[in-house]
Design a protein around this ligand. Sequence first.
Ligand code: MG
Length: 371
Amino acid sequence: MKISGISVWQITLPLHEPYRLSGGRLVFESLDSTFLRIDTDARLPGWGEACPWGNTYLPAHGPGIRAGLGILAPALLGRDPLGLDTINRIMDLTLPGHPYVKSAIDIACWDILGQVSGLPLWQLLGGEQADAVAVNSSISTGTPDAMLALIATARAKGYKVHSAKVGGSSVTRDIERIDILSASMLPDEKVTFDVNRAWTPGVAVQVLNAVQARDWIEQPCETLDQCAHVASRVSQPIMLDECLQSVQDHLTAWKLGSCEGIKVKPNRVGGLTRAKQIRDLGVSIGWQMHIEDVGGSALADTAAIHLASSTPEANRLASWLSHDHLAYDPVAGKGVRNVGGFVVPPSAPGLGVVPDQNLIGEPTAVYGHAR
Ligand code: MG
């Protein structure tokens, strides 16, 4: 089988309401997503989506994906999409780094592999059955009362796991906010406090040694070294997210003893192939993992949930759904959807989501020959 064409769409995804994190210094109102279809000489198209969370959350941005695809696509035409490791090596040789550019290509190749083999991705990724995955909310930063109101709304939709965005305010305010939210959890609920790198190590050590809460603390500081410094001086389990890009970063995180858990996000690390390598490393060394994507529609969410569902329950924490924040649904109800706090990945062969082309319109770029 050979790749005959790669078509690319730019899709603007407005959020229901402005979203704030890292103490409110980062504000998001819409996402710039890239949809991608790989056509083959076997007439089996595969779909992928790549969507950074705005321009300020990671060293990644929507126009960068489409610029990078202009470099990668010519090198991939005529290659076999089923050779996923080879496809990834070609991408790394053609454009070193820039993992966020590569994830939609990699996911589309997995979609084709699934369709050719007649198997859903959760099975190809190692699962025995389509396990339901708990979903977790994402609570925009604000006053304790404003955040409690958002938690109540999420609770009404079935969410029992919450990711509360903190940091960036005064030490006293963060101590107060963390303890109020932690104490508000119902017996069957959990909360993670996601600092989104807003604290210096000194502030992190001060806050975390003052609070009563022993919930997960996520990405307290900017760098891996700073987070490792904090992890050795506090009692809470540490989860890492933004500072992990490559497989090597994850090995360093393990060697430094910097965390007990990680976020595994295909768009941040370069697609499902790399995310699976990292998930498998995490299972081997005993990390607990939230497996979800950086952003995007239910298409990107579905790819991540296939990987989450195939992950052993002992290592799997809840998954966030980006599409839950969107005011526009370009896949028209397809893919994973929250039902009472859980999602189940599709069992159709491949990814199991095909965008409605009436909704997404004409591609913004076509390399090779579109179907
Ligand atoms: Mg995070």
